[in-house]
Design a protein around this ligand. Structure first.
Ligand SMILES: CC(C)(COP(=O)(O)OP(=O)(O)OC[C@H]1O[C@@H](n2cnc3c(N)ncnc32)[C@H](O)[C@@H]1OP(=O)(O)O)[C@@H](O)C(=O)NCCC(=O)NCCS
Length: 145
């Protein structure tokens, strides 16, 4: 890996355009207007959305939140992580995950969960390479509302 100089910072509403493109790359096609609406998450103290910027352009995002359930102490959970195609393998995913972990530590959390579809290529080499431990495999069900 040849790490590139990147700024990892909190997203702002001005990032909506670039974020919509990155959502598409993650496999969740989203319009700029949908993304702009969803950016209300930035007001939630228990969530954050961090972006990586290289030479003034947005090249990735990670979103992370505090997960609260009755059966476990609060933990951090990553909602999405993506690096723009063409900028992968430059250490940006590592840098964003480290920044998300730092955010969780700052809230007194001691572990961060990340769920990754088994079909995602490369990802299952990435997470162990950056220090994650594989805990379990599971299926995800959707209940229509
Ligand atoms: C997964 C992803 C975020 C990784 O980001 P990245 O910036 O490319 O990763 P890094 O450059 O920080 O890689 C760190 C290490 O992980 C490993 N790694 C990363 N991508 C890999 C791949 N495709 N195959 C094998 N190993 C990989 C390598 O060991 C690498 O270190 P090295 O370059 O010194 O060998 C990025 O590939 C991506 O956006 N993929 C598409 C979206 C996605 O699947 N997101 C995850 C959803 S759960």
């Amino acid at each position: 890996m040849s790490p590139v100089r990147a700024l990892v910072r909190k997203a702002t509403t001005a990032d909506a355009d670039a974020l919509a493109g990155l959502c598409d790359e993650l496999g969740y096609a989203s319009t700029v207007s949908q993304v702009r609406d969803r950016l209300s998450l930035l007001d939630d103290l228990e969530r954050t959305l961090l972006v990586a910027e290289v030479e003034g352009g947005l090249v990735g995002f990670v979103d992370v939140h505090v997960q609260r359930v009755v059966e476990a102490d609060p933990y951090a959970e990553v909602g999405g992580l993506v690096v723009k195609a063409g900028r992968r393998g430059e250490g940006l995913g590592t840098a964003m995950l480290a920044a998300a972990a730092e955010w969780g530590r700052g809230r007194g959390l001691t572990v961060m969960w990340i769920r990754a579809n088994l079909t995602r290529e490369g990802v299952h080499d990435f997470y162990p390479a950056v220090g994650c431990r594989r805990v379990k495999d599971q299926r995800v069900y959707e209940y229509p509302l």
